[in-house]
Write a protein that binds this ligand. Structure first.
Ligand SMILES: O=C(CO)[C@H](O)[C@H](O)COP(=O)(O)O
Length: 232
């Protein structure tokens, strides 16, 4: 699949998911190129149809895009609930275990998701996999002592790589932390890995989102397809 075909699938999933946001809702807005299509569609509805909702964003990038359309954005601590959060994902398997954080927004994404009544992911079909792990697993790490955390991951065989920007400097998250990507290829026991990671001193959060999502809208050449998680 080339990039334009993939973008068409992402856009179709984003437009389909935008239908879930209705007047009066508080909606969590994720981060990434698929979510950009979602926010474009929500912005169009705000401007052309008078859609009236409040957004809680998972990154400064999404906040800027949403506000450029006049969408009202509030802080996650200024709402007592979030009706639905719509986000992208890097991989998802049939048990609804996923990897997120390709866009370095995993920490805010997990906080917003945890406080949402319903979680929806929008992906193109290439993200639906048998076993997660081919996509490098992002881990958000405090800069102080990050070298020791990376060494610890190496000792455990996790094949860590500190994420760098185009100038060769460590990528910083919206919380000013580093991202370490674990090149594990296959994650057979995601729950065990999640526990190991979160118990590592210096790790703030990891990109394993295990059985959190309720619905996945998959951009498919035959039209958006919905996967519903009945085990949540
Ligand atoms: O987790 C994320 C950002 O931290 C994104 O949702 C994920 O990387 C998918 O991005 P894209 O829609 O660009 O493929």
């Amino acid at each position: 699949m080339d990039k334009s075909q993939q973008d068409a699938l992402k856009k179709a999933a984003g437009i389909e998911a935008a239908k879930l946001v209705t007047d009066g809702m508080i909606a969590g807005l994720g981060t990434g190129s698929t979510v950009r299509f979602l926010v474009d569609e929500l912005g169009r509805r705000v401007q052309e149809e008078g859609l009236n909702f409040i957004g809680v964003t998972t990154s400064r990038r999404t906040q800027e895009q949403a506000e450029s359309y006049g969408i009202k954005i509030v802080d996650v601590d200024d709402v007592d609930h979030i009706d639905v959060t719509i986000d992208g994902a890097d991989e998802v398997d049939k048990d609804f275990n996923g990897i997120k954080g390709g866009g370095a927004a995993l920490l805010w994404e997990k906080i917003v998701a945890t406080n949402s009544n319903k979680i929806v992911w929008i992906v193109d079909e290439s993200k639906v996999v048998d076993t997660i792990g081919k996509f490098p697993l992002p881990v958000e790490v405090i800069p102080f002592g990050a070298g020791h955390v990376i060494k610890h991951f190496e000792d455990r065989g996790y094949q860590p790589v500190l994420r760098l920007d185009k100038d060769g400097k460590p990528v910083r998250t919206d919380e000013n932390n580093y991202v370490v990507d674990l090149h594990m290829e296959r994650i057979e026991h995601p729950q065990d890995l999640a526990e190991d990671l979160i118990n590592t001193v210096g790790v703030v959060e990891h990109g394993l989102f295990l059985n959190m999502v309720d619905t996945v809208i998959v951009g498919d050449p035959h039209g958006p397809r919905v996967m519903t998680n009945s085990n949540k």
